[in-house]
Design a protein around this ligand. Structure first.
Ligand code: HEC
Length: 231
């Protein structure tokens, strides 16, 4: 079986002359800063403007859709962690890329801090998906648990970067990648899901007429409520 696993990378290496085995996030590209924003109208204005005595009327004032948080914050932050460590194979051999200078490491630290904090932004009350609207109440604990996993993994990347430990950084990168996928499998709706993934949590979204992403006949079971945490 192992041989088969190597046939594809090797033939690709021959074909392209070079193989980059840096980890890549969802979608196979790490440049999402040039993506168009969610086409839906932006968040409505808050009812009452904050004053020194009243403060804001709502604890959070979300302006971006989750899609925009993902493209403009989550992916660039993750890319800063993933791309710091790479193994490139070409005709001249295998080249390991690691952060070299103090500046290099500081950039990884900055990316890891951003990645650790972005899930907090994603979890804010009222945050809407571009496709599917808000995460339904029954799933919010599960969604928050999946978001928190990114924070925990990014924190390990942060500690590794502070210690200048490239191997630990790569390991944290793998854990981050798995955590991205786990949430997307459940909560990222696509207008025309080719996999017709019935486990998705639909929220307010209805598939377009003729869409292959048929709504499941039985709604997915809500995750068991997470035990109360005090952190
Ligand atoms: C807690 C859940 C969750 C986690 C964790 C998560 N995502 Fe997402 N992501 C979503 C959801 C939901 C969408 C769909 C957004 C929408 O429709 O507005 C999405 C969409 C995306 C998109 C596509 C945006 C588009 O143009 O439609 C990218 C890119 C993305 N995520 C990157 C990442 C990366 C990289 C990570 C990990 C570092 C990650 N996400 C972790 C929930 C998550």
């Amino acid at each position: 079986m192992r041989i088969f696993q190597w046939i594809f990378p090797i033939s690709l290496a021959v074909f392209l002359g070079v193989v980059v085995t840096a980890q890549q996030g969802p979608g196979g590209t790490t440049d999402t800063l040039n993506q168009p924003p969610c086409a839906l109208p932006g968040a409505p204005a808050m009812t009452t403007v904050a004053t020194d005595t009243t403060g804001p009327t709502t604890p959070s004032a979300d302006k971006a859709y989750l899609k925009d948080v993902m493209n403009y914050m989550m992916m660039p932050a993750a890319a800063g962690v993933w791309n710091a460590v790479a193994t490139v194979t070409d005709q001249t051999g295998v080249h390991e890329f690691r952060p070299q200078t103090e500046d290099d490491w500081n950039r990884v630290i900055a990316a890891a801090v951003e990645l650790a904090e972005t899930p907090n932004v994603a979890m804010m009350a009222g945050r809407k998906r571009c496709v599917g609207g808000e995460i339904p109440a029954a799933f919010r604990a599960d969604f928050a648990r999946k978001a928190r996993e990114i924070t925990e993994a990014a924190n390990i990347a942060l500690i590794a970067a502070k210690k200048h430990d490239a191997d630990a950084l790569a390991e944290a990168g793998e854990r981050i990648d798995v955590a991205c996928d786990e949430c997307h499998e459940r909560y990222q709706l696509l207008d025309d899901d080719p996999d017709n993934n019935n486990n998705k949590v639909w929220g307010t979204w209805k598939p377009k007429p003729g869409s292959k992403a048929a709504k499941p006949a039985v709604p997915p079971k809500a995750a068991a409520p997470a035990p109360a945490k005090t952190n």
